[in-house]
Design a protein. Structure first.
Length: 120
């Protein structure tokens, strides 16, 4: 069967970057786990891209590859406008991780116990 991983998080995008993110997501579309993606536009051109889903551990590479491709997207104007984000991943039986999208890369680290209340 394989273990499941609960993944929730978001990406903060600059104006126009959501189209580039959507292109990456479309390229990886598997017609199942891809349904966890959503793009929300708020006031003053605020754009966030969210992912929420329970995925098989075997699909983690699929999601990591997308996040790496998204992280490496060129900023629209200035290097400080790179896409950034934060995801929490709860592995069945293996604990939790924090996935940081920043500085053009995906960084994966154990999650601090201060977030335990989210996974109780």
């Amino acid at each position: 069967m394989g273990a499941y991983v609960s993944v929730q998080g978001w990406l903060d995008c600059g104006e126009g970057q959501e189209r580039l993110v959507k292109d990456v997501v479309d390229r990886y579309d598997d017609e199942f786990y891809s349904r966890g993606w959503s793009i929300v536009t708020g006031p003053n051109n605020t754009v966030c891209v969210f992912y929420c889903g329970y995925i098989r551990e075997s699909a983690l590479q699929w999601l990591h590859d997308q996040l790496r491709d998204i992280a490496s997207l060129a900023p629209p104007i200035d290097i400080e406008d790179r896409i950034r984000g934060l995801f929490f991943a709860l592995h069945e039986g293996r604990g939790t991780q924090e996935w940081q999208v920043r500085d053009g890369q995906l960084l994966i680290e154990p999650l601090s116990s201060r977030y335990d209340y989210l996974f109780a």
